[in-house]
Design a protein. Sequence first.
Length: 294
Amino acid sequence: MSGLPTGGVIPELFRGLFDDAAVFPPGNLPVAGAVPAHRAHRTAWYSDAVGPLLCGAGRLGELAAAVGTGSAAETGGGPLRVGLVLPGGSTELAPALAAAAPFETAGVELATRDAAEAVAELDRLLPPDIPAAIEVPRELLRGDGLDAVLDILVDSPYRAKFRTGGLVAEAFPDEAELAAFLTGCAQRGLPYKCTAGLHNAVRHTDPETGFEHHGFLNVLLAAQETDPAAAAAVLAERDGGILAKAVHALTDRQVTVIRNSFTAFGTCSIAEPLGDLAALGLLSSPSPLHQEDR
């Protein structure tokens, strides 16, 4: 990546990549604590790397109360940027949009078992200036199901969303499954975001749980691939030095292709992925990165 910035400037490859999912498992930060923590992220030197604060539909009341108790200085002089996560599907869309009125709605993430129905409801209810991502359960994306869903989404204005981890081993897709999703999107020019399990830069086995975690650097580099075998090989790489070297070699055009595809992922920690990038020499920090309470 030519001219990798120094002195705390966030490289284009990582801008807006980390959506703040602090209130979700395994972080589970209380909403009252997540709001000031997010405000701090948004005013820190690394703010260009940070996306909106993600909040589930059922916790928007808590969020409004937490924001309402803050001082003018804490609110930063403007509305909180919030990404609405709707695990209950399109029935949650209208009430969530109404409950989010005090905030700046940065996007909607809608889970569904029927992609066509979700597209229709988003077309009907979502203001045109608010982006959305549609998540279909992984079991429905196997075999011909993946092509069917991606074909529906590519004809819509909405991104795909893919779950890359969770609280049990079965929640983590293997390299072949994730590669099929990434390359299916790449072949169609369909953007997507990911969620869960991507806190660290490099693929690894968690020493406490034994879960196989994908690395967000692996996913970024695999996002430019259209061949499933090539993408799976990148996803399987466990050597951070090799991945860092590949990032340094990216051209500006490749960075654009990658980020037009892989737009963001939810992470319950902001400091952890930034710390990994700094350790790999991909980010220059002007001040120490502290692991926030999670």
